[in-house]
Write a protein of this length. Structure first.
Length: 287
């Protein structure tokens, strides 16, 4: 398959890119890494009038830490994130999740902003954004606004971003020192989208859990915080029995859809299994 015809623009500045989005009135697509957009074009699942290629806007690629927040430019490549010392030190859950993303060529081109804006609920980055209470910054002709994960994701491949808005930055709170973390997922083959994934972070004080974060990938139309499962851990501690109870509750909380890859019941089962597996690894890592 070949893509439909489209105009092509390669703006040198962010203001120019935003102006082009406004000019096309919702009938243009941003081209970042292209790892999701190009297959959709080739299968003609999307037919934009124009592609706006933002790869030449160098200021959109960076990793910075400031006052307890790690900020990542939307054009930061996944491969950069995989080897960033700031990410390894302050966002180890993001670093681990990145290693689950596709294959090396995909991570070499794919971007954090593109993955989150694409809003595939099976993808790793939306789950991490949700688990860590992160946010994205979007820019339009009206200025900038900051959106939490709960505000951004609406349903499958759909966000609240306006047609003339582009994600420019992803912000994640630095994880507490000594916390435990794990990202677990199950796919039919390495590099496939996950049938279900779980992002987990815990802060422990001996047998007690002072903070728990759990979020899903692939278990519904948007990534989901498993708050009731978190509450079990924060109330009852980190024993094997408590982890099992939290995993059981996690499976009860999700409402996945069935498709050609898995039934809804199987995805619920995987949610429980992967939650328990992620929590056990997180507890082992926590200091």
């Amino acid at each position: 398959m070949k893509p439909p015809r489209f105009d092509y623009h390669a703006p040198a500045t962010l203001d120019e890119a935003v102006g082009l989005l406004a000019r096309y009135g919702g009938d243009a697509k941003i081209l970042a890494g292209g790892q999701s957009l190009m297959p959709m074009l080739n299968f003609r699942l999307t037919r934009p009038a124009a592609l706006i290629d933002i790869n030449r806007i160098a200021p959109l690629a960076y990793v910075r830490e400031d006052n307890g927040t790690v900020s990542l430019g939307a054009m930061t490549r996944q491969r950069t994130i995989e080897f960033s010392p700031i990410v390894a030190r302050r966002l180890p859950l993001l670093a681990e999740a990145t290693r689950w993303v596709g294959h090396l060529p995909i991570r070499s081109r794919g971007t954090i902003g593109g993955s989150i804006a694409h809003a595939d609920p099976s993808a790793e980055y939306p789950a991490v954004l949700t688990a860590l209470d992160g946010a994205v910054v979007a820019q339009s002709p009206r200025g900038r606004r900051t959106l939490t994960a709960g505000e951004l994701f609406e349903t499958y491949l759909t966000t609240c971003l306006a047609a003339d808005e582009v994600v420019v930055e992803v912000r994640l709170p630095a994880m507490p020192a000594g916390c435990g973390y794990a990202f677990e997922e199950f796919a039919r083959r390495h590099g496939d989208f996950a049938l279900v994934g779980i992002a987990a972070m815990i802060v422990r004080d001996g047998p007690r859990c002072t903070m728990a974060r759990l979020a899903t990938a692939g278990a519904g139309p948007v990534p989901m915080r498993l708050r009731e499962a978190e509450a079990i851990l924060e109330r009852d501690g980190l024993s094997d029995a408590t982890i099992a109870a939290a995993a059981t509750r996690a499976a009860e909380l999700v409402t996945p859809d069935a498709d050609v890859h898995a039934t809804a019941a199987y995805r619920r089962h995987l949610t429980g299994v992967l939650t328990a597996r992620a929590l056990r690894r997180a507890v082992d890592r926590a200091r």
